[in-house]
Design a protein around this ligand. Structure first.
Ligand SMILES: [Zn+2]
Length: 310
């Protein structure tokens, strides 16, 4: 996920509270058919398996494999529901046109940078006809770009950074952590590998939680770092991506609510600006480049730099 507006954050906070309650019910069916559950306190169970993951927990989860087919099913279901929700809100979604073609061209450019590029050979893109400045990715390789983000980016260099950010989430499996936790829990307490995407979605709360609740701040930082690095390696100026956050900071100044820390999905805009600027300095020190491309005209005309330099 890329950036949230205030009202979006408030809406998600409401969703989040609801689904936390729903999710607690998840312990019951698992509990009934397996070993005695180790936690009598549902909140502790929630924190253990679905709350913030400490580093050692993440290392354990990284070892859990979600097969490609399972990931595709999870992503298809999640993106389908998300798109249906957009349509319910009256937001049109399209998979053709200049914006679509343009984004596909940029994705084709960035995708080979992914460590797991072979796993995500096809990236599906949906354009949401909305002024929101957001973009998001779903497991299996589906991206949703809000038209507002294309406008807000101002040039191709910034947009390539955003594309890289979303592809990085896929590359690191950031959205698969809940599925991995469920699988780990299954393995631990039933001794069998009973995990399936169906089971993952049996409880509606899981769907809402995994795909409504934004990513963890450390995942967002990693995605920013990849996006900036890949843009630089491709010859674009990653400072344009940094500036995008500076503009968001200016835009949202004074309207940002005092969100509780667990809702601060993305590190604050200014922190992101600084982190990407630092990354740029390190990249320049390691592999200096005199000329870096911006591509304002490219974005305006939806013609990628790979096709024409202005
Ligand atoms: Zn993100």
């Amino acid at each position: 996920m890329f950036a949230l507006l205030e009202r979006e954050c408030r809406r998600r906070l409401a969703v989040c509270c609801v689904c936390s309650l729903v999710l607690l019910g998840l312990a019951a069916p698992l509990n009934a058919q397996q070993q005695p559950f180790p936690f009598s306190n549902p909140q502790k169970m929630f924190d253990q398996f679905f709350g913030a993951a400490p580093a050692e927990d993440r290392a354990e989860l990284d070892k859990i494999e979600i097969p490609v087919r399972d990931e595709s099913q999870i992503g298809e279901r999640a993106s389908r529901e998300y798109l249906a929700e957009l349509r319910r809100q009256g937001i049109k979604v399209s998979t053709r046109g200049d914006d679509y073609e343009y984004l596909q061209a940029l994705i084709a450019l960035v995708r080979p940078k992914m460590e797991n590029a072979a796993r995500y050979r096809t990236i599906r893109v949906h354009i949401a006809e909305s002024d929101e400045t957001d973009a998001r990715s779903f497991p299996g390789g589906t991206l949703i770009f809000y038209r507002g983000m294309l406008k807000f980016a101002e040039n191709e260099a910034a947009l390539v950074g955003v594309v890289g950010h979303e592809l990085s989430h896929l590359d690191h499996g950031h959205q698969l952590y809940d599925a991995k936790r469920m699988k780990l829990m299954q393995n631990t307490f039933s001794g069998t590998n009973g995990f399936s995407p169906d089971q993952f979605f049996r409880n509606g709360g899981m769907l809402m939680r995994s795909f409504s609740k934004p990513f963890r701040p450390e995942d967002e930082s990693q995605a920013d770092d990849d996006g900036a690095t890949w843009a630089y390696e491709l010859g674009y100026d990653p400072r344009e991506m940094a500036k995008l956050f500076l503009r968001m900071h200016e835009r949202d100044r004074g309207v940002r609510p005092g969100l509780p820390s667990f809702m601060q999905t993305h590190p604050y805009h200014l922190d992101r600006f600084k982190a990407i600027s630092d990354r740029y300095d390190k990249l320049q020190a390691a592999m200096p480049k005199d000329k870096l491309y911006l591509g304002c005209e490219n974005l305006t005309r939806r013609i990628p730099w790979s096709v024409k330099e202005f």
